[in-house]
Design a protein around this ligand. Structure first.
Ligand code: NIG
Ligand code: FE
Length: 411
């Protein structure tokens, strides 16, 4: 079935060149057509043009009137932890009272708290809770979601999380990728060394044997996993066919970026604390630096130096980090707004960081992230009068009129 969207004030994010990501000055470019139509064939984009050249719709086409709304590619969210049980609002109050993220973690809260709850929760219940978050994200316009394990911290519970991600992938039109993050914290009852060995020698082989993950991740940061641990875990992950995507430089300058680049990571994420050495290490690599301004906002951490990265010629992706401890929101529009307001990206740079570059950072740029013939028809139709700049400027005014994922708008 074909769908024709007409009367589009601005069709933004079109890309016939099939770029895989945008770097440096390219991040300030956005291809648009004003007064446009867009044709979707089933679940894929087909073609577009100016209203004066609109094709005559066949009888069986559905025509959607955008009523002078802007149309954009849907958000791509390349870093989330949305498989978790319950919530951690008690720690939210602890933070308000003055405890830091690291202090809460040292007291057995944080990731270990979520691991305890997840252990007691059945796979079906975990799936139901996760699906609520996924539906909320799709309704807010997210069409591609990377989801990590990492609240299991024992083999069976990590596998339980990854099976939940597989069920999500089979259930929704959003494009889903799974990342094994067994090395998110040291599981209860293990020494540091025992746990790293468990990840390398038991978890990774089981995950790979069941084909449950696309990527391998490590929380390479002060108080969690060292550069040496990360090197061992990424080596084991790559040998099992999992490409690295890692957490680095959230709590300290950890050396995580450099070890990630050495292992050809698809992305290195967080980067709240970086020096010029991290920028140097990334230049010339295929690794996408990914910043998570929602966690800077929620934890009161510095914002990533996106502008410096871009000035150096690098690309930058933005993602939500949706999780119960450091970023309890999957709202990519808010992420874009923080990119503009706090990181001083222009709306075009922030949009590119939240769409094509984030698609690249989760390995789906061949099907998501831009309006390109043959890519999934994942798009946002904005309310009449809402232009691109207003999305971050009026940062909490409802702006969406409709979301199409794989060509459908009812899911
Ligand atoms: O990306 N930094 C490590 N992991 C998550 C937080 C997880 C949690 O607190 O539950 C993050 O911020
Ligand atoms: Fe994270």
């Amino acid at each position: 079935m074909k769908r024709l969207i007409k009367n589009i004030a601005c069709l933004a994010g079109i890309d016939s060149d099939r770029k895989h990501c945008l770097r440096g000055s390219e991040m300030a470019t956005l291809n648009c057509i004003n007064d446009a139509w867009l044709l979707v064939d089933g679940d894929r984009f087909e073609s577009w043009g100016e209203m004066a050249s609109m094709p005559v719709p066949a009888d069986d086409w559905e025509v959607i009137d955008a009523q002078d709304g802007t149309v954009l590619p849907s958000w791509c969210d390349s870093h989330t932890h949305i498989v978790y049980a319950g919530s951690r609002e008690g720690e939210f109050v602890d933070k308000i009272r003055g405890l830091s993220y690291a202090e809460i973690a040292r007291r057995g809260g944080g990731i270990l708290n979520s691991a305890d709850r997840l252990h007691e929760t059945s796979e079906d219940e975990l799936f139901a809770q996760t699906m609520e978050r996924v539906r909320e994200m799709m309704a807010m316009g997210t069409g591609a979601i990377e989801i990590k394990s990492g609240y299991g911290l024992r083999t069976e519970d990590e596998l339980k999380m990854l099976r939940v991600i597989r069920r999500v992938r089979e259930s929704v039109p959003a494009e889903i990728r799974a990342t094994f993050l067994g090395a998110h914290a040291i599981g209860r009852g293990y020494s540091h060394e025992e746990y790293v060995r468990l990840v390398c020698e038991e978890m990774i082989p089981r995950v790979a044997a069941e084909g449950l993950a696309d990527y391998v991740d490590v929380f390479c940061d002060e108080g969690f996993f060292t550069v040496d641990d990360t090197d061992r875990i990424l080596t084991a992950g790559r040998a099992a066919g999992l490409r690295p995507k890692i957490h680095a430089n959230e709590l300290a300058v950890s050396g995580g970026v450099q070890v990630g680049v050495r292992h050809q990571a698809l992305s290195v994420d967080h980067l709240e604390r970086t020096t010029d050495a991290e920028i140097e290490a990334l230049l010339g690599s295929a690794t996408m630096p990914t910043m998570l301004p929602g966690s800077s906002f929620f934890l009161g951490l510095p914002y990533g130096r996106a502008k410096d990265y871009i000035s150096a010629g690098l690309g930058v992706a933005l993602a939500s980090d949706y999780n119960p401890g450091s970023s309890p929101s999957g709202d990519m529009r808010f992420v874009m707004a923080l990119g503009c307001i706090k990181m001083r990206l222009t709306p075009v740079q922030a949009l590119n960081a939240c769409t094509l570059n984030s698609a690249y950072a989760m390995g789906v740029a061949d099907t998501c992230g831009s309006i390109t013939p043959g890519k999934w028809a994942n798009l946002l139709i904005c309310r009449p009068g809402f232009n691109l700049t207003m999305i971050p400027y009026l940062h909490h005014t409802p702006f969406l009129r409709n979301v199409l994922l794989k060509g459908e708008y009812k899911w």
